[in-house]
Ligand binder design. Sequence first.
Ligand SMILES: Nc1ncnc2c1ncn2[C@@H]1O[C@H](COP(=O)(O)OP(=O)(O)OP(=O)(O)O)[C@@H](O)[C@H]1O
Length: 306
Amino acid sequence: MDGIIVSDIVKVYKAKGREIRALDGVSFRAEKGEITSIVGHNGAGKTTMLKILSTLVIPTSGTATVNGYDVVKDEKRVRENIGLVTVSDRLFYYRLTGMENLVFFGSLQGLSISEAKRRAKEVLDIVGLTEWRDTPYMKYSTGMQRRLALARAILTDPPVILLDEPTLGLDPVSARIFRENLQNLGKTVLMTSHYLKEVEDLSKNVIVFKRGKVVAKGDPEQLKSSIGKVYEGKVYDLPHGMEKFVVRMEKEYAVLRLPEREMGKVELYDLKEVTPTMDDVYVFFVEEGIDVAREGRKRGGARWRE
Ligand SMILES: Nc1ncnc2c1ncn2[C@@H]1O[C@H](COP(=O)(O)OP(=O)(O)OP(=O)(O)O)[C@@H](O)[C@H]1O
């Protein structure tokens, strides 16, 4: 079966005598040739999910397949089928050029030197770095570094690409170029991102994680219509639990954007209907009260170890 199929995955980390349930029965599919995004708060389990799919972390229970290969039983095949893009400043050798780095990693992945050179040229062209191929990596801008990471991930032409927050820290133009590169690949892509506009523009499907569970999934339009109409209005007395819907605080009132389903809980003035956005979807499904959000930030999330 092509694409990615995740069935009832649980991952429990044990740290300092404590158990952390990072994933708690996660199921979803990422279809062949489509871009699928995972969104969710810090610590929701997004990186853990990508690590399981790239065989770096073993699930506690459940199954996941990548292009039909089981991430636990067919680890080697899974690795051959994926390209991984993570945000790390230790992905490449600083003094080697972009080209030299790619040839080096290509030969590590089993390509002959001449084959690695041929592929390196091709992928540098795909990500628009041909004119920088002989420049040392240390002179690359952050955007160029990220595109080189994408080039490295597609060196052996794997059908599936996994990316963890690929445009984090990029300026708007670099982020746009990166997105265009990604769209033009035509591969099965599963990525995490905190940029909801980017997720909406790129993804055929979006999976919403909250505390290790999938709380919503669908294409962006489906997700937006699932929360019903959205209204913006003023509230003079903010009830507890409604803080997450505040978009602006004025002197005497707060301005809220509220999905229809929440309308009964608060009295709104100067009401007007607004077009739902992915931000509204995110707030509705993911955001919690202020106390819980602060607790979540304290827990933090695990980064990639390269
Ligand atoms: N190696 C580990 N050992 C112990 N706990 C871990 C480990 N890796 C992750 N966790 C915990 O598992 C939970 C999920 O973390 P994960 O990094 O997958 O979340 P995330 O959604 O990617 O977050 P972020 O958006 O911050 O990257 C968090 O509570 C995190 O602290």
